[in-house]
Design a protein around this ligand. Structure first.
Ligand SMILES: [Mg+2]
Length: 400
């Protein structure tokens, strides 16, 4: 077969092959099949990198060029015929990128491989479906507490919650992300009924101060720094060796970025965060360049991104997913009779969603569909509150 890969399929096949269904993975592996790309896919990939949905180290354009050189894709150029066809092709929506992709499949007689539900129904060209559900609308988690009631009557719930964007709305100054009293109230009720941990990129001390509930477990600095009741404590060793590099990068970036209005360089214990939500759009490339240069100067640091934030972290194999797994093990919650649930909104939460794909449930907090390993969604923090209240109700019903 001659297969035209939709951007997300292409991306998954490179970065997260386990997001492919076995059938699609087998077709991509088969030496009998030719893999084709449209320039639309490389363009979309660069956009996804630019908005922080896809993280690559170094120069993104060079990375894409390298991939194209090493993986034998054929290119299906956007010709005049393709452009004309894109006007005529019968899709249920006007998304120009999708229309060009569909037209490319039709003109070159390629089978489109996609996870996009909107393209799966098209009869104008053949489609190989990847129904993993990574893109498209995830089912709402609002009905989940009711649905989980039978399981929770025989199993324990272990709840992991991100902080910013999950328990509090995203705000322009990080220190303004104050937990609402009603959210704190429902967390207190939950902690009396099941295991609750807050997992955040914030410093441990900052996080504990903001949530202010002694009965919870806290994992700060993306899980490098964990503390909880009954003397629970873990500081991941690998992070400490990078403290001098973080210190040096802090000094450099604070000086370089001082003249850029709206940028804030925040030193956390195990990370250096550059907040640029309040910076002018045209200054962003310059901010990114400064962060890239600081990263390049310290081989033991790695850059990661989030919502209007760039972060330098120790280059070690430890993330929110590792922290969640560590907690499940440390607290003897790895048993079969435990249902782990993770709720988060950002790129770093994807590690935790993936860590729980086998036995747990990942819930993405997002208004828009996006590439994710989560299997349910909530639209905003108000829905998170409703969801958590639902869990309290179900746990109380079970007890009665
Ligand atoms: Mg968050």
């Amino acid at each position: 077969m001659r297969l035209l890969l939709d951007t997300h399929i292409w991306l998954w096949s490179l970065l997260e092959p386990k997001n492919l269904t076995p059938q699609v993975a087998a077709e991509l592996e088969s030496p009998d099949n030719e893999l084709w790309l449209s320039p639309i896919s490389t363009w979309e990939l660069l956009v996804l990198i630019d908005v922080g949905r896809v993280l690559v180290s170094g120069d993104p354009e060079r990375w894409v060029r390298e991939v194209l050189r090493t993986v034998p894709f054929r290119e299906a150029p956007i010709t005049h015929e393709v452009a004309l066809e894109s006007q005529a092709v019968g899709l249920p929506h006007r998304d120009p990128a999708d229309r060009l992709l569909a037209a490319t499949a039709k003109v070159y007689d390629l089978t489109l491989v996609t996870a996009d539900e909107r393209l799966l129904g098209s009869t104008e060209f053949s489609v190989l479906a990847n129904r993993y559900g990574g893109r498209g609308t995830l089912p709402s988690a609002l009905d989940l507490p009711e649905a989980l009631a039978p399981r929770l009557s025989v199993a324990r719930l272990a709840l992991f919650l991100d902080y910013d964007g999950t328990l509090t709305p995203i705000v322009s100054q990080p220190e303004d992300a104050v937990l609402a009293d009603e959210m704190r109230g429902v967390l207190r009720k939950l902690a009396a009924r099941c295991f609750v941990a807050i997992v955040s990129g914030r410093d441990l001390g900052d996080l504990k101060r903001l949530v202010a509930l002694d009965e919870l477990v806290y994992a700060g600095s993306h899980g490098f720094d964990i503390a909880g009741p009954d003397g629970l404590r873990m500081e991941y060793d690998g992070g400490r060796a990078s403290l001098p590099s973080l210190e040096a990068a802090h000094t450099t970036l604070a000086a370089v970025l001082a003249p850029v209005p709206g940028v804030r360089v925040e030193r956390k214990r195990f990370a250096l965060a550059v907040h640029y939500r309040n910076a002018a759009e045209e200054r962003v490339p310059e901010i990114e360049r400064a962060v890239d240069e600081a990263t390049a100067a310290h081989t033991d640091l790695v850059k990661s991104g989030g919502k209007k934030i760039l972060e330098l972290r120790p280059r070690i194999d430890w993330d929110k997913g590792h922290a969640v797994r560590w907690l499940l093990r440390a607290l003897a919650l790895e048993a079969e009779g435990v249902v782990p649930i993770y709720v988060g909104d950002d790129v770093t939460d994807e590690d935790a969603f993936r860590a729980l794909t086998d036995e747990g449930i990942g819930i993405l907090v997002a208004e828009q569909p996006q590439v994710t390993a989560a299997t349910y969604a909530l639209r905003h923090t108000q829905e998170v509150l409703t969801f958590l209240r639902g869990l309290v109700e179900v746990l109380d019903e079970i007890r009665r």
